[in-house]
Design a protein around this ligand. Structure first.
Ligand code: NI
Length: 165
């Protein structure tokens, strides 16, 4: 059951919008989440945010190899440390950008059963959560790129934008 969703590519306006809070977690939301998890697994991603499938709601899913986790209306309420790692994104195939982010975060969020959590995350989980959370505010890895990196990816980004049309 379920169907795969189309992952929007760089240049799609959905990726640049600020997503809205989810007011009710019901059947449509749970169906969307289920389809997002399937799509993430199919595309071998470790995270997928709703705007990436054209839905500007504050929802994302992650799976760093230990099973899917759902984040609804996430809020990063504390952050400490800093680390740099190269990140990719299903919406910008082939591009890798070095991104500096806090190492440890505390996140408040709801799951698909509307249960409220407040949890600490570190390492890869913290990184993926922050990457996906950025998507909810219309932010993407290229926004962290240096002029030099951007120049390197410029042609590829233009190609992705063109293919999309
Ligand atoms: Ni991404």
């Amino acid at each position: 059951m379920g169907s795969l969703l189309k992952v929007r590519q760089y240049g799609d306006p959905c990726l640049r919008q600020k997503s809205v809070l989810v007011e009710e977690i019901g059947v449509p939301e749970r169906m969307l989440i289920q389809a997002m998890v399937q799509t993430m697994h199919e595309d071998k991603g470790i995270g997928l945010a709703a705007p990436q499938v054209g839905i500007n709601k504050r929802i994302f899913v992650i799976d760093i190899g230990d099973g899917p986790m759902v984040f609804i209306n996430p809020k990063i309420i504390n952050a400490e440390g800093a680390s740099v790692l190269e990140e990719g994104c299903l919406s910008i195939p082939e591009a890798l950008v070095k991104v500096e982010r806090p190492e440890k975060i505390r996140v408040q969020y709801r799951d698909e059963d509307n249960k409220l959590f407040e949890r600490d995350f570190d390492e890869l989980q913290a990184r993926v959560i922050q990457h996906e959370n950025d998507h909810l505010d219309g932010k993407m890895i290229v926004d962290y790129a240096t002029e030099e990196e951007l120049a390197k990816w410029k042609k590829k980004l233009e190609e992705i934008e063109k293919e999309k049309k």
